[in-house]
Design a protein around this ligand. Structure first.
Ligand SMILES: Cc1cc2nc3c(=O)[nH]c(=O)nc-3n(C[C@H](O)[C@H](O)[C@H](O)COP(=O)(O)OP(=O)(O)OC[C@H]3O[C@@H](n4cnc5c(N)ncnc54)[C@H](O)[C@@H]3O)c2cc1C
Length: 330
């Protein structure tokens, strides 16, 4: 077998233009591979895969393991698990990274069990130490701290939160080796059959990729006041996020939840209104610039912010809306 070590990324190509987690993982895998010269590989299973092969090449894969077959239509979980496990047993990769989508989480858990290796779920950071061990940072103890986890044995497997890393720019001149795989003669009988799949409304998918995110917390006081955030976000060309109490009070839907149990955002600008800054919430934030508004100057969110405004969150939101409208008119 080829002596060069491999870092694998599972290619979750469904809903490609909204779900960028595979591209984010390819970028991270490139970074991990750089010191040792390991090869970055993408696994691409399904039917009609040429487009994704080109995309993953342009985004950092050196080699692609491709199994393109009509029997793999509809993302059959058991067949994908079997392919991944067989290939891993043959090629013995150093690391396998899977996006923490609902499909990815299930696939990785099944594969790790069959390979008899550990799996760290929902990682937000990854590094390789000097011994080639994958240091996997993930929320632990109900999200009260971030733990660094190292698994013994190989492959070292992790699922990674969408939005934790930045994808590389599309490089049209990159080339990669394509290894075509035959599906096994007999695929397992799927216990689950896909009957129908429907896209989420586009806006619900945009929070993770938004350049501006306006997040509201319990400090806003009511559903009616929370609604003003939509106007502010609209004027800024951004999206609205929420904390857990806000979602529990049904001021916003679960798709707006930012944090450990929700979405990972990485905007250029995040405006946080009436949010205390609990670690379960801030674990979902990777923003270039944060403006926080809180009555309490000592709130964690205020400490974390680039600009902290000690004021009433709702009044500040309305003042910002007025100011932006004036500027747009003028
Ligand atoms: C396992 C687990 C997972 C969790 N996952 C998540 C998650 O994914 N996302 C998440 O958000 N939370 C999560 N939580 C909950 C989290 O611990 C916090 O309880 C939550 O983030 C707090 O939300 P908040 O800041 O809106 O409310 P609070 O903590 O109540 O903070 C309200 C803030 O508003 C300020 N305030 C009050 N009135 C005003 C006013 N008029 N103007 C300005 N400021 C004002 C207060 O000073 C305070 O700082 C999780 C908890 C657990 C245990």
């Amino acid at each position: 077998m080829d002596a060069r070590r491999e870092i694998w990324v599972f290619g979750d190509w469904r809903n490609y233009f909204q779900n960028r987690v595979t591209l984010q993982l390819l970028a991270k895998a490139r970074q991990l591979a750089q010191p040792s010269g390991a090869r970055v590989c993408a696994l691409v299973f399904g039917q009609g895969l040429d487009e994704w092969v080109m995309e993953y090449t342009a985004h950092g894969a050196d080699r692609l393991y491709v199994c393109d077959h009509p029997r793999l239509e509809g993302y059959p979980m058991q067949a994908f698990t079997g392919l991944l496990v067989d290939l891993a047993q043959k090629r013995q990769p150093q690391v396998i990274l899977v996006g923490a989508t609902s499909f990815g989480k299930e696939l990785a858990a099944r594969a790790a069990k069959r390979l008899g290796v550990g799996l760290t779920a929902d990682c937000v950071e990854l590094a390789l130490d000097d011994h080639g061990r994958l240091v996997q940072t993930a929320p632990a103890f109900g999200g009260n701290l971030l733990a660094e986890i190292v698994s013994t044995g190989e492959p070292q497997m992790a699922t990674v939160r969408p939005g934790a890393f930045q994808e590389l720019p599309h490089d049209y001149v990159r080339t990669a080796e394509v290894v075509r795989l035959e599906p096994p003669a007999k695929l397992p009988d799927e216990r689950l059959r896909l009957i129908e799949s429907r896209r989420l409304p586009a806006r619900q998918q945009e929070l993770e990729n938004a350049a501006v995110v306006v997040v509201g917390g319990r400090g806003l006081g009511s559903k009616k006041k929370f609604k003003n955030l939509h106007e502010l976000a609209r004027l800024l060309g951004g999206e609205v996020g929420a904390t857990r109490p806000v979602v529990h009070s049904q001021w916003a839907g679960h798709e707006a939840l930012v944090g450990q149990a929700g979405r990972q955002v990485k905007p250029k600008l995040l405006i946080s209104l009436g949010v205390s800054g609990a670690i379960q919430h801030t674990a979902g934030i990777n923003a270039d610039f944060i403006v926080a508004v809180n009555k309490n100057p000592n709130a964690v969110m205020m400490q974390m912010a680039d600009v902290g405004i000690v004021a009433d969150a709702n009044q500040t939101c309305l003042a910002l809306i007025r100011e932006l409208k004036d500027r747009l008119r003028g």
